[in-house]
Design a protein around this ligand. Sequence first.
Ligand code: GUN
Ligand code: ZN
Length: 434
Amino acid sequence: MPLTRKAYRAAILHSIADPAEVGIEASYEYFEDGLLVVDGGKISALGHASDLLPTLAADIEIEHYQDALITPGLIDTHIHFPQTGMVGAYGEQLLDWLNTYTFPCESQFGDKAHADEVADIFVKELLRNGTTTALVFGSVHPQSVNSLFEAAEKLDLRMIAGKVMMDRNAPDYLTDTAESSYVDSKALIERWHGKGRLHYAVTPRFAPTSTPEQLTLAGQLLTEYPDLYMQTHISENLKEIEWVKELFPERKGYLDVYDHYKLLGERSVFAHGVHLCDDECARLAETGSAISFCPTSNFFLGSGLFNLPMAEKHKLNVGLGTDVGGGTSFSLLQTLNEAYKVMQLQGARLSPFKSLYLATLGGARALRLEDKIGNLQPGSDADFLVLDYNATPLLSYRLKQANNIAETLFVLMTLGDDRTVQQTYAAGALVHQR
Ligand code: GUN
Ligand code: ZN
């Protein structure tokens, strides 16, 4: 990793607060001619080029990007690494989609050569799309997590992942047992959690595929290691919700299942939450838990429309998830394009600055990492992107008509995708060059 100082000059934009809390104008900082100074993998200064240039040592290297915007690296709070090979599978809603496409695809990840190959493709794809941190589901096989963390470690990425725990209601070739899931998760935690910039997430797939014994042991792991993450799915699909009621008749509802087994908390991230009620949002917020809003997946699997205003009302932490392979794109820019439409369909708006927040600082807050990632404050990890205003002929022409940074940002999120990401930097190192 480069321990040298380097400066990057371009337009620079980052989110510094939630627009829902402070209003749009106070939620961001924009430097039309900005300078970002990186030292030893961290950001050491950010400001107007005119203010900072005179303070720099004479020999510091300065990279000057024209027609480009520097932003923090994007944060994907929900994605499945072993579903890379089945993204865009036709015709089903959640439960049939899992049985028809997902489980057969995930069955291959006990094989190290296969897991290594897909881990390499997956990490490259994240970086091509400007995602520098993700909260990732592995498969049931510990090997899937080893392969992913090995690929992430080589590039010193800040990455969070866990082995899926599922001991019922899935094919025999893909189930563990309560006991083996506990032992295997523990071994992965001991090996990886806190190593470099890697973190472990206890990962019960969703309530229907875990016995009460397994959920109890998942909760026990969280008590044994207090700074672990927990990730799972909740209230995505109506048939799924009915099934949870049948499987756990003694519980008040879907969230209450997870609450009962002590899976809520400040590092707990629940994907989807499309059909959560007010009381459930309030309880999630009270426990410091977060939701991953996954719009492309919710459209693609016909799940429904996430109610972001309700989450905001409860001051619930919300991050943005691609949910590949239920989601159809690795691009968080394209995910924001869909998020805007989700809000339009509900008669609401999604300002470009709220979108920026969701994909950066909001995700960092959902993961309790806002002192490290999701913004460009000095002291943060130097995880950042260079977005190219001339990535495509249409983008180039359209952005010439933009009158201000709000319009530029909105167009980048509407027309932008992996082609827009010109460079991705992680811990100050160039990890993707288009
Ligand atoms: N619920 C349980 N497993 C999954 C999964 O793999 N993808 C999605 N979208 N929902 C799930
Ligand atoms: Zn998912």
